[in-house]
Design a protein around this ligand. Structure first.
Ligand code: CTP
Ligand code: CA
Length: 223
């Protein structure tokens, strides 16, 4: 195995992968999260490592353990993820598979918010930093390849194509996460790879197979 890894096409390449959901605190016992399981991001990190890459894996609180053979950095919130990503740079490629919370509670309470009969709490939000856009638009030291994800529920290609332009990333891996697809939290994925070359629809396959295919494409690009 070692000889195989040593010969991998991504040997000597450093790749960052973000994965999982983020948890945005409300108070010490409560948080806002999303349904990301971390399975797809974990699979991508595994595939990249198998091709010989040095992988920095920045993960929110996921349902699955991180892969073997990668550097694991565990975070909770989006702002912690942004800091961990900044600290991991420079890298040759960045794959942002995390489902980063768009908003955080503006003033998370340091003590538990107590229930008071008849008085409902009101949460005020502010926007989290956009990690993908920040890395994509770096004036210097930008990774040679920046890959974003887009989980959409309708008109997947149109939304993801617009998202790619807005963020400034090189590729977007888009998928339809409508409940009927069973993709969110499931074992399979059906993605469209959006790049300069247009939209390339991949057949539905296991999430590890999607990861292997994406890692090979990344190796062809930067290996
Ligand atoms: N992303 C990020 N930082 C954020 C939000 C999103 O790095 N604060 C990244 C995700 O990791 C993903 C990509 O941006 O690779 C797209 O995330 P998505 O939530 O689909 O995009 P948004 O711009 O937040 O748009 P939407 O309104 O659809 O949520
Ligand atoms: Ca979002």
């Amino acid at each position: 195995v070692e000889a195989k890894l040593a010969a991998g096409p991504l040997k000597g390449r450093r790749v960052l992968v973000t994965s999982g959901p983020t948890h945005e605190p409300i108070d010490p016992v409560r948080y806002i999260a999303n349904r990301s399981s971390g399975v797809q991001g974990t699979a991508i990190a595994r595939s990249l490592a198998a091709l010989g890459a040095e992988v920095v894996f920045v993960t929110g609180p996921a349902d699955v353990p991180p892969p073997e053979g990668v550097q694991v950095i565990r975070v909770q919130s989006a702002s912690e993820m942004a800091d961990a990503v900044a600290a991991a740079l420079p890298v040759d490629a960045a794959v942002m598979a995390a489902a980063v919370a768009d908003w955080r509670v503006k003033t998370a309470s340091g003590s538990k918010i107590k229930k008071v009969a008849g008085a409902l709490p009101v949460l005020e939000f502010e926007e989290n930093p956009d990690i993908l856009a920040t890395v994509s638009q770096m004036a210097s030291g930008r990774p040679a390849l920046v890959v974003g994800f887009a989980a959409e529920t309708d008109d997947v290609v149109a939304h993801a194509t617009a998202k790619r332009a807005r963020k400034g990333c090189d590729w977007i891996v888009a998928n339809d996460v409508s409940p009927a697809t069973g993709i969110m939290g499931g074992t399979e994925n059906a993605v469209v790879l959006i790049s300069d070359a247009g939209a390339e629809e991949w057949p539905r396959m296991g999430k590890q197979a999607v990861a292997d295919r994406l890692a090979k494409r990344i190796a062809a690009e930067i290996g």
